[in-house]
Write a protein that binds this ligand. Structure first.
Ligand code: GAL
Length: 816
């Protein structure tokens, strides 16, 4: 039966491997007890050296092997070990692996001591000087180290399903690429979906798929002895009528079940694979999902977290999918620059996110040994991930590398051989490169503020008959911190909007992935000098920056209403407000100043003609208030235009149009400069006047769905937002992601609150990371980890000035 026995608990760790540690008499119990996922080095949030995690370390674990397993196959899987490892079972080498981002599975049956305790020892090399991808040159992300994904055993009858690749299309066809062990010969295979049998057949030695079998017929007899030992391979097609299709909007999933049984009905193996019915094709004129043109809107995601790097269990991985999908309203993600946790991919399948996943690498291509590893990575990626219906494209080039046709012919061949259904891409940063893939995937960084948002397809690739997808934009072109100047943060948001708008406008661009979801730790050669690349639309704790609202406002599920400004004029040069935008997905937004209605704004499609719910520019701080001045309508209009313009850009930046209007007002209406200043103070009321408050009401279908009040702060408080308050230990420990924000009494982030905050946990949980953190831009976070004990825990967060405290209670449950 398919059942995983997770081996994530009860490990011992030594951060310095030395010869002899693999021997069974090594006293590993004296090393540090740890649980998986584990990082070889807990690091600070920033300002640390990447050599801290580059080491050769050792992990130890004992496990019981019942005598009843004697006639079974026992598979041991490491889902992710960064970056290469040798696995020893009871002192003997069981296998090795040279990729930090794909899984290693070993059949360890011959090395086990049945009826006794057995010892696993893993020598883990997390150094970056190895001749394996992605290493060999500089890399713009930290690569961390450790056994950082699940470890588990599967114990199977010798007659079992080895592998099954299942894909469904929009017409209800199911393609099953099936492999069983040689020992399964003579067993009946039953394939069913939702309890309905699709096919039954007796497996035979030498069973081959159609094409394989034809080539083999001639020398069948000769090979009989060999084929008896070979796995049984079948390629089958089934169909169901009117399937519920999979899409990001409605991610319907089905489960196919394969049962092997003998003539007496004794089941030797059952395997279930989850899949979806969907057809995903990149064509010359765009991307088609289930036969309909579909614009991909996504972000790039690294798999890193503060302090523990890659070592996060299931729920934080799933939370990132939730944030991409529900908070940012995206329909896609690129797992830059390597295959990521199956927990992440499973959540993409379930919540509905299209995925572009790729082999590990960053610009550098190594020698032939290195290339062979990359080809093996391609095979492993496809074999290990192809059952995720969310994946729509394989990246089979090293991200941003130069052309190497011979090498990339081999990676393309591997991907197409193991997955004839999906297309390939491979990320480039140069135009007009050799295209062996099905889709030209290109990092378009052309937008620099005052030009086009993206290049046209035909200016990038001559292969215009193939698909074209933008795999990155923004990022290093405009690094922006959550605590940057307001105008910088706004410019960042508007640049994201400009690129998205131009991608939407170009019909033959399949879509785009922005760089990137959140800020990340990087090597000394990149970032802002503190080992962080501030390229995210969220910070490292996944707190949204302003640019996040450009994405969030395009979704309809949750009402969004945010303002680009705190309306504190002292934040701006010359105390001129500059542009202010409203981000919303409502039909309209009513603006009030000191509770006086000013204007009802609707989405203005002039600036972003192709965006759904584009940002709305505020152009009026006066409304009808000038009516009280008893001016002529023309005079009133002109005064309003001038005052609004001066409010934004100052007296000295007046446009020629406004200067002419001012001249007219002075000449014909005898207005003086003193009158103008008086009007300005009265109706704009900025520098030198008392501060004002604003209220914004987002209206959808005639109802106010969200209100925002912006006024000078008088009181701060802390908001502690957790992705969950019930922690469940299933595969391993569980972790809650906590976002902390300093807010004013109206719930607005205090964007320059950079003070320390104290964190403490009581009960059966612990903090990941330090217990005193500095908020950055009013934002921060922490992680709460279960410790293997059921019960309660409480997190208390308090600010250093003793002004604010918040707590959250957690429940911890242990699942059997
Ligand atoms: C790209 C690269 C990414 C990241 C990004 C920053 O060139 O593929 O990994 O470094 O630039 O903008």
């Amino acid at each position: 039966m398919e059942q995983r026995i997770y081996l994530n608990n009860g490990w011992y760790f030594s951060d310095a491997y030395h010869a002899g540690m693999e021997k069974t008499d090594y006293r590993y119990e004296e090393e540090t007890p740890v649980r998986i996922p584990h990082t070889v080095a807990v690091t600070p949030l920033h300002y640390f050296d990447e050599h801290e995690y580059q080491k050769i370390s050792a992990y130890f674990k004992t496990f019981n092997v019942p005598a009843a397993w004697m006639d079974k196959d026992v598979y041991l899987t490491f889902d992710g070990v960064a970056h290469s490892c040798v696995v020893y079972i009871n002192g003997k080498v069981a296998g090795e692996h040279f990729c930090g981002y794909t899984a290693l599975t070993l059949n360890i049956k011959d090395l086990l001591d049945y009826g006794h305790e057995n010892l696993i020892m893993v020598r883990v090399n997390s150094r970056e000087d190895q001749n394996i991808p992605p290493f060999g040159f500089v890399i713009d992300y930290m690569t961390y180290g450790g056994i950082y994904r699940d470890v588990y055993l599967e114990v199977k009858d010798p007659a079992h399903v080895e592998d099954a690749y299942v894909s469904g299309d929009m017409d209800g066809r199911i393609r099953l690429d099936f492999t069983a062990t040689a020992a399964a010969a003579g067993k009946k295979l039953t394939v069913s979906v939702g309890g309905v049998t699709l096919g039954e057949e007796i497996l035979q030695t030498g069973n081959k798929s159609g094409e394989d079998a034809a080539g083999d017929q001639a020398d069948n007899a000769k090979n009989q002895a060999d084929t008896a030992k070979e796995p049984i391979h079948l390629l089958r097609e089934y169909a169901i009528s009117s399937p519920l299709l999979w899409s990001p909007e409605v991610p319907n999933l089905y489960t196919i079940k394969m049962t092997l049984e003998d003539e007496f009905g004794v089941v030797s193996d059952e395997k279930e694979v989850r899949f979806g019915f969907r057809t995903a094709v990149f064509k010359e004129d765009g991307f088609y999902l289930n036969g309909e043109k579909y614009k991909i809107r996504g972000l790039n995601r690294h798999q890193s977290y503060p302090y523990v790097g890659y070592a996060m269990p299931k729920n934080p991985q799933r939370n990132d999918v939730y944030l991409l999908k529900k908070e940012l309203g995206l329909n896609a993600v690129r797992t830059s620059h390597y295959p990521q946790s199956h927990h992440f991919l499973e959540a993409c399948d379930e919540m509905g996110l299209l995925v572009f996943t790729e082999i590990p690498g960053w610009q550098h291509i190594g020698d032939e040994t290195w290339k062979l590893k990359a080809i093996k990575n391609t095979e492993d990626m496809v074999l290990q991930y192809r059952n995720h219906p969310s994946i729509i494209l394989w990246g089979v080039r090293i991200n941003e590398s130069v052309d190497d046709d011979d090498f990339y012919k081999r990676t393309n061949e591997a991907a197409h051989r193991l997955d004839p259904v999906r297309q390939t891409g491979g990320v480039r940063c140069y135009k007009k490169m050799s295209l062996l893939e099905d889709v030209y995937t290109y990092n378009d960084f052309v937008h620099s503020g005052d030009n086009q948002g993206c290049d046209t397809k035909k200016s990038v690739t001559s292969d215009t008959n193939k698909g074209y997808l933008i795999s990155e934009y923004m990022g290093h072109m405009f690094p922006t911190k959550a605590f940057d100047w307001e105008e910088k943060r706004l410019e960042d948001a508007i640049r994201h909007a400009r690129v998205l708008n131009d991608v939407a406008k170009n019909d033959d661009i399949a879509g785009s992935f922005g760089w990137c979801m959140f800020d990340y730790n990087t090597h000394k050669d990149f970032g802002s000098g503190d080992r962080i690349c501030y390229h995210g639309v969220m910070d490292m704790f996944r707190n949204p920056k302003m640019a996040a609202y450009v994405y969030a406002e395009m979704q309809d599920a949750v009402p969004v209403l945010a303002l680009s400004s705190t309306m504190d004029i002292g934040e701006h040069h010359g105390c001129n407000r500059n542009e202010t935008y409203i981000f919303t997905n409502a039909d309209s937004v009513k603006m009030y100043k000191n509770d006086n209605f000013i204007k009802e704004y609707v989405h203005d499609n002039k600036q972003f003609s192709h965006l759904k719910n584009p940002p709305i520019k505020i152009d009026d701080y006066i409304g009808d208030a000038l009516k009280a001045e008893k001016m002529t309508p023309a005079q009133e209009r002109d005064v309003k235009i001038i005052l609004n313009e001066v409010a934004k850009f100052g007296l000295y930046q007046m446009t020629t149009g406004s200067k002419l209007k001012a001249a007219k007002l002075m000449t014909f209406h005898h207005m003086s400069m003193t009158d103008a200043v008086e009007l300005y103070n009265k109706y704009i009321g900025d520098w030198g006047g008392a501060s004002v408050s604003y209220r914004f009401e987002a209206i959808k279908d005639g109802k106010v769905v969200k209100t925002l009040r912006i006024a000078p702060m008088t009181q701060m408080h802390l908001e502690v937002e957790c992705d969950r308050v019930v922690l469940k230990e299933i595969e391993s420990y569980d972790v809650a992601c906590v976002r902390i924000r300093a807010l004013d009494e109206n719930g607005n982030t205090l964007c320059y609150y950079n003070d320390p905050v104290m964190l403490s946990v009581e009960g059966n949980a612990e903090l990941i990371g330090p217990s005193v953190i500095g908020l950055s831009g009013g934002r921060g976070g922490t992680y709460i980890k279960s410790v293997g004990k059921a019960g309660n825990a409480k997190l208390t967060v308090s600010d250093v000035n003793g002004r604010a405290t918040a707590d959250v209670e957690f429940k911890i449950q242990l699942e059997p």
